[in-house]
Design a protein around this ligand. Structure first.
Ligand SMILES: C[S@@+](CC[C@H](N)C(=O)[O-])C[C@H]1O[C@@H](n2cnc3c(N)ncnc32)[C@H](O)[C@@H]1O
Length: 336
């Protein structure tokens, strides 16, 4: 099958909400093989395996960025959300829709499928990527797939400090530069920097990321039994409202109470949920992706391990991190 036809059939499966797990697996296998060949990347190369410390966070090595494609439902939902966003912009005005894609990895995984659904007159991408191996590979890939007509430019830069040019105007800012709990990687600094430069009608993908505290069930499944409240929301409104303090860039501390168990009651561990709203109803909830696996932080408190509340502070510098202070009852603290 010709490369374009192969890509078009991969895109059909990705954009079809009825695609089941088996077809999705098989589709992503075909997509990864096509991307590997077109990019020419050597996944075993030392330079691609090592992570890159930007000084304010981690950019994952090209090998690991490539393998993100295998996070099946993530890839499908992001491509579907982006497709819907492009259609929404195209429906409200004429001319090409311009996507600023921050953190392409070596494959431009989230962008390439849409190039079979729109013409270059309808869709354009500006691509930002910080690591050398990913930057070189994605340029090679665009050339080998013969899709450079869709590309305004590929720029090797840190998207958390990049200054956006005036033309062409950006319609959609797309970035998946995160891991669970928004730690280490640079999703939040990138979104803060880029969205502050863009007008309010620009769509951000993902639209919203929320961290929540929960108690999991006390069994092998460890599903969410009780949601205990919101720790952090990153969306257009909270990014707009964020103001660094005079001596700190931390986000305001949030205290969440951990209710005591009733006599005879049992609970599984405490965990942090990472929930992602991509766009237009597409999203990722608990366990659907490597990004949304609840992160266990402690056993649920009991008489021998008392706890009243947890203070959460999201830190940006020197690198993204979620600080936790465990607040024990006053009597227990006094006895320590
Ligand atoms: C998690 S991978 C995702 C790759 C691809 N977009 C996908 O969704 O499959 C994130 C990519 O963003 C890049 N990246 C991370 N921080 C960056 C930054 N500050 N500026 C530019 N690129 C960055 C990494 O090098 C990596 O290639």
């Amino acid at each position: 099958m010709h490369q374009y036809e192969a890509l078009a059939s991969i895109t059909d499966a990705l954009l079809d909400d009825t695609t089941g797990p088996e077809l999705l697996r098989e589709t992503i296998d075909r997509y990864r093989d096509l991307l590997l060949t077109a990019s020419g990347i050597d996944l075993g190369e030392d330079e691609s395996i090592g992570h890159f410390n930007t000084g304010t966070g981690v950019a994952i090595g090209a090998t690991w960025a490539a393998l993100c494609v295998d996070d099946l439902i993530r890839t499908q939902r992001f491509v579907s959300g982006l497709y819907r966003a492009v259609r929404d912009v195209a429906a409200r005005r004429s001319g090409p829709v311009h996507v600023l894609y921050a953190g392409t990895g070596p494959f431009g995984t989230l962008a390439v499928p849409l190039m079979t659904r729109f013409t270059p007159e309808e869709l354009q991408f500006t691509c930002l990527e910080i690591t050398g191996p990913s930057y070189r590979a994605v340029r090679q890939l665009f050339t080998n797939l013969d899709v450079n007509a869709y590309i305004v430019g590929v720029i090797q830069t840190d998207a958390s400090t990049y200054r956006i040019g005036e033309s062409p105007a950006v319609d959609i800012m797309l970035s998946e530069t995160m891991q669970y709990c928004l730690i280490d990687e640079m999703q939040v600094p990138i979104a803060l920097n880029l969205m502050a430069q863009l007008p309010p009608e620009v769509i951000m993908i993902p639209e919203r990321i929320t961290l929540r505290l929960a108690a999991l069930t006390d069994d092998a499944e460890q599903t969410v039994a009780t949601d205990l409240g919101e720790i952090l929301t990153v969306d257009r409104a909270t990014l707009h409202a964020y103001r660094p303090g005079p001596n700190t860039t931390d986000w305001p501390t949030v205290r969440l109470t951990v209710p005591s168990l009733l006599p005879g009651q049992e609970s599984g561990p405490l965990a942090i949920r990472t929930l992602i709203e991509v766009y237009g109803g597409y999203g990722l909830t608990d366990y659907e992706s490597g990004l949304t696996i609840p992160k266990i932080i402690d056993d649920y408190p009991d008489a021998t391990n008392p706890l009243e509340a947890i203070d959460f502070t999201y830190q940006l510098h020197p690198s993204p991190l979620l600080w936790m202070d465990f607040v024990v009852p006053r009597a227990v603290a006094a006895a320590i």
